[in-house]
Design a protein around this ligand. Sequence first.
Ligand code: ZN
Length: 136
Amino acid sequence: MEQVLSFQKYNSALKKNRLLGLSCKECGTVTCPPKMVCQECAGVDLEVVELSGMGKIVTFTTTYVAAEGKEAEAPYTIAMIELDEGAWIAGNLIDIDPSEATMDLIGKRVKIGHKVFPGDRFSGGESTRPLFSFVK
Ligand SMILES: [Zn+2]
């Protein structure tokens, strides 16, 4: 596959529920979301790979007071997911009432989806964000 993964390509793939990452040819570590260098060894010989989009919850937080412009969304739960390929990625957790988020979430299997964020005055315009739902 290609060796350059721009955020534009990452966003386009995510819109189709396809998760792209970078595999390091030096150490084999998968980095996702894409960065300029391997997050493990800072190597720059990276290859674009398609990831499974499957993983498990390693931690989460529930926000009750949203940032400016996001008041209508609160409360919501953001989870850190360890993908099956090893990379960690954050995303909104759906399929759950945020007021009922407990430590029982840790270790639960999830799969990726997405939502399109239209952009606001703090961002560079539209982008696609990962979200996760439980594997049933
Ligand atoms: Zn590496």
